[in-house]
Design a protein. Structure first.
Length: 141
């Protein structure tokens, strides 16, 4: 039972770490790549309406936030899990994928970005997080 409790805690920790990385990158984005003239992202409705003004570069930091957030969360879950390391990393990937699907349905955006984001930022990063954590774990054993 001890390992089940630890696994639950590392999944929660992975979700929190991944969310912090995601939010940080998404919030830093407009400082690095300014929003187009007339874009207002203060509410979901205004964000949805402003999407038509965005250039492909404006989607860089949201993608990086989704990908690196998932990667960081999956790494934490796999690295510190008591057991089922890869499965817990993939669980983080699935959690973030559900969030990505929710955002696409609420906010929309260009089809190319939605497809790239949903296909590349979540499950592959969950797998990569598990692989990186596996190398770290085996290196310290």
């Amino acid at each position: 039972m001890k390992s089940v409790g630890k696994n639950i805690l590392v999944v929660i920790a992975g979700f929190i770490v991944g969310s912090i990385v995601n939010i940080a990158l998404v919030n830093i984005g407009p400082s690095v790549v300014p929003l187009p003239e007339g874009a207002d992202v203060s509410t979901m409705e205004k964000l949805r309406d402003s999407m038509k003004l965005f250039t492909p570069l404006n989607f860089l930091f949201p993608f990086l936030g989704h990908a690196f957030g998932t990667l960081a969360g999956a790494f934490v879950a796999a690295r510190f899990a008591a057991s089922h390391h890869s499965m817990l990393a993939m669980l983080i990937g699935v959690f973030f994928l559900i969030g990505g699907i929710t955002m696409v349905s609420m906010v929309g955006g260009p089809l190319w970005f939605s497809v790239a984001d949903l296909v590349l930022a979540y499950i592959p990063m969950g797998l990569l997080g598990a692989a990186l954590a596996g190398r770290t774990r085996s290196g310290k054993s």
